[in-house]
Design a protein around this ligand. Structure first.
Ligand SMILES: NC(=O)c1ccc[n+]([C@@H]2O[C@H](COP(=O)([O-])OP(=O)(O)OC[C@H]3O[C@@H](n4cnc5c(N)ncnc54)[C@H](OP(=O)(O)O)[C@@H]3O)[C@@H](O)[C@H]2O)c1
Ligand SMILES: *[C@@H]1O[C@H](CO)[C@@H](O)[C@H](O)[C@H]1NC(C)=O
Length: 394
């Protein structure tokens, strides 16, 4: 029989382990989306132990101060870890002991792009969530075998929340889906980092993944064209096609018989006109070149910053599904006063949901939330975040 002090000690350790607040590592946590994720996590669960990770210690300090200034006084302070996620060994060490790993250090391309997910799987981290969007990243990520990790890809606002809205709209339709349209609006950069300008520009280069006449395909010379004015319940804004993966992944998931497309637009409206004109004259292969896309982004950034100061950072999205067997259609619309907050909050809610209820495997939001009960649970979370200014399905 063990001695009483030893027994007590063991019990205490076990209790402390069971009661220790969950720990969350945010890779890219020092960025605009990363700090928004941290703020929302701490607002919802002040006891969480959060570590912001990035390459610059200076940025890390500033980010920790920014987060602390916004959360309740009782919330734990964020830690900072200097980390390059492309370093496999460092990434693996960073995952040890974490309950969740969040990856928001886009653009999810290039060498060692999958290290955060691979490290989370190898260290059996219970929860992994990222806000990826390139289709080739998704394909490679989905080929990984995660037996102990509940991994969710593309889990921001769009893709992310929007994928779940599409499944919900199709469910309300209750008939086979013909067309599926995703339309997004962001005022200026929506409070996100300048990297998002580069990403937008690259997107004009390659063919766009989508469904046409029930078949998965890639449409050439399509980004920056098509669409028109979209009604977001009280806000009308222009929209043009862009290679968001959900046009392909959610379209396939819903087995649509017609076509899918995804696109976005911005404010002030003049940017839409400038982009359309540029897309019409600049060869597609220039957009695909890093030099051109990043050069243009750096050139336009000061102008974007100036206009951002008066257009704000509002966000709106709309998902439309139409029936293959009748004239019916269903729309879902969501609006928020800040794009950056909405992306961060959506990502954070996907993390909190998985901490409560982990589902091992690597999945997209439409797959993980395919069943009605988990979908209602996540939509209740996503549609009630602070700053939400509109939400309806049907
Ligand atoms: N699904 C959605 O709804 C959605 C919407 C908007 C954005 N996004 C994604 O979110 C990403 C982040 O956007 P953001 O506005 O937050 O950009 P950001 O402000 O530039 O933040 C990116 C952060 O990642 C860190 N980082 C970059 N490379 C790293 C590396 N190799 N190792 C560790 N940390 C690294 C950067 O810090 P250091 O440079 O100091 O390392 C920076 O703090 C975008 O690239 C985009 O892919 C998704
Ligand atoms: C989706 O967009 C296409 C192309 O503009 C349009 O023909 C179709 O009516 C739209 N479908 C829905 C359900 O909004």
């Amino acid at each position: 029989m063990p001695k009483l002090p030893a027994l007590l000690c063991c019990t205490c350790t076990a209790l402390t382990l069971a009661l220790a607040p969950p720990s969350v590592l945010i890779v890219g946590g020092t960025g605009r989306i990363g700090t928004a994720v941290a703020i929302h996590l701490l607002q919802r669960r002040p006891e969480l132990q959060i570590t912001l990770a990035g390459r610059s210690a200076e940025r890390g300090r500033a980010a920790a101060v920014e987060v602390a200034a916004e959360v309740a006084a009782e919330a734990a302070d964020c830690g900072f870890l200097e980390l390059d996620y492309r370093d496999a060994a460092a990434m693996r060490a960073a995952c040890e002991g974490q309950d969740a790993v969040v990856h928001v250090a886009g653009p999810f391309v290039g060498q060692n792009k999958l290290e955060p997910l691979k490290a989370a799987i190898a260290s059996e981290t219970p929860v992994y969530v990222d806000v990826s969007d390139p289709l080739e990243y998704i394909d490679e990520a989905k080929a990984l075998d995660a037996r102990k990790t509940s991994a969710l890809l593309c889990a921001g606002a769009f893709p992310g929340f929007s994928n779940v809205l599409a499944v919900e709209a199709a469910h309300l339709l209750g008939e086979p889906v013909k067309d599926l349209n995703f339309s997004y609006f962001t005022a200026g950069l929506g409070g996100s980092g300048a990297i998002n300008l580069d990403i937008t520009n690259y997107g004009f280069g390659p063919p766009v993944p989508r469904i046409v006449a029930g078949e998965a395909t890639r449409t050439e010379n399509y980004a920056g064209t098509d669409f028109g004015t979209i009604a977001y319940d009280g806000l009308n804004a222009e929209c043009w096609a862009w290679p968001f993966p959900e046009a392909a992944t959610t379209g396939e998931f819903l087995k649509i018989t017609g076509s899918s497309r995804a696109g976005m637009g911005t404010a002030p409206a003049i940017w839409n006109t400038v982009l359309r004109l540029m897309v019409a004259v600049v060869p597609r292969k220039w957009w695909s070149s890093k030099r051109f896309s990043e050069g243009l982004a750096r050139f336009s950034e000061p102008l974007v910053r100036v206009t951002d100061a008066f257009v704000g950072e509002a966000h709106a999205m709309r998902v439309d599904v139409s029936s293959a067997t009748s004239e019916r259609s269903v729309a879902a619309v969501q609006r928020h006063d800040s794009f950056r907050r909405c992306v961060g909050q959506s990502c954070a809610e996907f993390v909190l949901d998985a901490l409560d209820q982990a589902t091992p495997g690597v999945a997209l939001p439409e797959e993980r939330y395919a069943d009605r009960a988990p979908r209602e649970r996540i939509l209740a979370r996503l549609s009630t975040t602070p700053g939400t200014t509109g939400y309806r399905v049907g």
